[in-house]
Design a protein around this ligand. Structure first.
Ligand code: FES
Length: 156
């Protein structure tokens, strides 16, 4: 999904749409993610000013939720389910394999791929599940993971 570049005017329109109410911070952060794809330092500064919060307050909420990215994503976003049903079916070792084979820790990106955890994709019957560029894929073995990742540039 192509996101637009962060602009203070657009960001302020979004916060005004929520009445600049500090209790709407999580909803506003989701709106920023939809619009800009991440919550950067300038977004944190603007949110703190517009909602009359400290930057530490905003940082605290951004870092608490796994959904909020603090840097732009790479071309492809690969999410590995870390919730219970997938863990029971080996998602931890799949995540270890993914980290090793991509050379990325969770929440890191290289020039091609961003690797992130996700907490249930609603595909528990087909654990372990991953999501690649918004598409859910079930029953992913380490070998299948490698094939999926190798095929990514063909469909970018
Ligand atoms: S626990 Fe992984 S899809 Fe539900």
């Amino acid at each position: 999904m192509t996101r637009e570049e962060f602009s203070e005017d657009t960001a302020s329109e979004i916060t005004a749409g929520f009445g600049n109410r500090p209790e709407m911070l999580v909803q506003i952060l989701h709106a920023f993610m939809d619009r800009f794809g991440y919550i950067g330092e300038e977004a944190v500064r603007l949110l703190a000013a517009n909602l009359n919060l400290s930057r530490a307050d905003v940082h605290g909420v951004v870092s608490f939720y796994h959904d909020f990215r603090t840097a732009p994503a790479a071309t492809h976003v690969v999410k590995i389910c870390a919730a219970e049903a997938c863990q029971a079916m080996g998602s931890r070792s799949l995540a270890d394999h993914a980290s090793k084979s991509l050379g990325l820790a969770m929440h890191e990106s290289n020039d091609r791929i961003t690797l992130e955890p996700v907490y249930c994709l609603g595909n528990c019957a087909c654990s372990p599940a991953i999501m690649v560029d918004g598409k859910t894929i079930g029953r992913v073995s380490p070998e299948r993971f490698d094939r999926i990742v190798a095929g990514l540039d063909g469909r970018s």
